[in-house]
Design a protein around this ligand. Sequence first.
Ligand code: SF4
Ligand code: SF4
Length: 91
Amino acid sequence: MPYFTSRVALPEYEKMRKTSHFTLDDTCIGCGLCARKCPDKAIEMRDGRPVWVKERCIMCLGCLHRCPKFAIQYDDRTREHGQYRHPGTRV
Ligand code: SF4
Ligand code: SF4
């Protein structure tokens, strides 16, 4: 298991957590929620738009799932899956 983790899973995780995977739709209303709630401070608001300022984040996907307009996507993989928030969590 340690071999698998270090040789296979970790490099794959490092590739996945690049913030360059995120895209922003025109539906963004500039509310800034994604930036305020990012636990890694990887997002800044510039001219009313979120900008990912770190090359890598912890990839919690909180920004994608909290956005009230579902304006954040991860490559072309997430649009069809929609959003999810645990009913016990507050935005
Ligand atoms: S939470 Fe969504 S709508 Fe609000 S600024 Fe971020 S991307 Fe735009
Ligand atoms: S995935 Fe999580 S850590 Fe990465 S930018 Fe979004 S909220 Fe921040």
